[in-house]
Design a protein around this ligand. Structure first.
Ligand code: ADP
Length: 389
């Protein structure tokens, strides 16, 4: 069994997965780390339980996971540990066995992902202390996009500067895009090498990726996860010239402007109501003007990105919707396909309505549009098993 650990900036998700079958024996989430109401929740076939976390930090969350593994008699069955790592920088194009050198390189990427990589490193070092006899593997969000061609991954900045300061479009959500692309190939019954796909991962963070023959050839997130689509609280694309202007008129420093674009914008900022798509759909149906506009802008930006990826792909075999919104919102999917009818999408209303809560399917009678549930933990477990067996 593989223990999968995903340390976020204020949360730790984990899962114990039998990689041969995909069965999840125990899963859990420690959340609100750093706050007084930090809490860890465990879920297994026997039920759900929660306890407060004291101290309220990552280390105590992992300690609690290890204790629970022992209580559930799973500890001795763990054969390897897979860690989600957000940023692999220019170093990693695939998952890697964690050695001292690999860990140094992950640390070297901390300047590129100051909120995430330090938490990932902590997750690795604390679990290595508990399980020193086991091999640990890092699975990177950026790795899938590592081989994007230069013309897609570079910004139009002086090239020497890009090289010297590692400035490029890295892209994120790579594990999810890779998982759903492989799943789509399975569902279409064609090898990935013969398929041109566009996958839209739409959760609180959102990104869209053009995948040609199994390789990411363009993606909407860039140097950071702020670029691209409109997201829950992130603006996505804005004119870079806006940043100094906002700093000046709002009297904000760089951190203040970055915070505004990352935490107060997107669906939340436009609607002035919520970052939650479900809540916005309800409010829009009740006539809330801001909610309606937020959803309209979200769909418009997404449709524009999808259409633009016909440039690197030439033709499209299938569009994929995934993530909380992609897997559940028949409203958003319908709006997007309607705007893309010139690409021969024709909405299958009943399939669109039934593809919710884990039900996968093709919702278009024209060009295929698949709803596929992502499973990053499963893919992390697979990579870990493969690299450690
Ligand atoms: P995260 O990026 O935090 O993992 P998720 O992938 O869970 O987020 O996606 C969360 C988003 O999915 C929220 O905006 C939520 O409202 C949306 N969502 C979940 N279920 C539905 C639904 N039935 N209809 C519309 N949106 C939904």
């Amino acid at each position: 069994m593989i223990l999968v650990i995903n340390c976020g900036s204020s949360s730790v998700k984990f899962a114990v997965i039998a990689h041969e079958t995909g069965e999840q024996h125990l899963t859990g989430l420690a959340e609100k780390l750093g706050s007084a109401d930090a809490l860890i929740t465990f879920k297994s076939a026997t039920g759900k339980s929660s306890l407060p976390l004291v101290p309220n930090n990552h280390e105590s969350a992992i300690n609690a996971v290890i204790t629970e593994l022992k209580v559930a008699n799973l500890f001795d069955h763990i054969t390897a540990v897979g860690h989600r790592v957000v940023h692999g920088g220019a170093f990693f194009h695939e998952s890697s066995l964690i050695t001292a050198d690999v860990l140094d390189k992950i640390r070297a990427c901390e300047t590129l992902a100051p909120l995430h990589n330090p938490a990932n490193v902590l997750g690795i070092t604390v679990s290595q202390q508990h399980l020193p006899q086991l091999k640990h593997v890092a699975v990177f969000d950026t790795a899938f996009h590592h081989d994007m061609p230069e013309h897609a991954h570079l910004y139009a900045l002086p090239r020497a500067l890009s090289r010297e300061h590692q400035v490029r479009r890295y892209g994120f959500h790579g594990t999810s895009h890779r998982f759903v692309a492989a799943k789509a190939a399975e569902l279409i019954s064609k090898p990935q090498s013969e398929l041109n796909l566009i996958s839209a991962h739409l959760g609180n963070g959102a990104s869209v990726t053009a995948i040609k023959g199994g390789i990411s050839v363009d993606t909407s997130m860039g140097f950071t996860p702020l670029e691209g689509l409109i997201m829950g609280t992130r603006s996505g694309d804005v004119d870079a010239g806006l940043l100094p202007y906002l700093g000046q008129v709002l009297n904000l420093d760089n951190t203040g402007v970055t915070d505004l674009l990352n935490k107060k914008s997107g669906l939340l900022g436009i609607s002035d109501l919520s970052n939650d798509c479900r809540e916005l759909e309800q409010a829009a149906a009740d006539g809330h003007v801001g909610a309606k506009l937020a959803l309209e802008m979200f769909c418009y930006r997404l449709a524009k990105y999808i259409a633009s990826y016909l440039v690197p792909l030439g033709h499209l075999d299938a569009l994929i919707f995934t993530g909380g919104i992609g897997e559940n919102s028949s409203f958003i999917r319908a709006q997007v396909l309607k705007q893309l009818s010139f690409l021969s999408f024709t909405l299958n209303e009943s399939a669109n309505q039934s593809c919710v809560r884990g039900q996968a399917g093709n919702i278009s009678t024209g060009t295929a549009a698949w709803v596929i549930n992502t499973d990053e933990e499963w893919l992390i477990a697979q990579d870990t098993a493969q690299l450690t067996s």
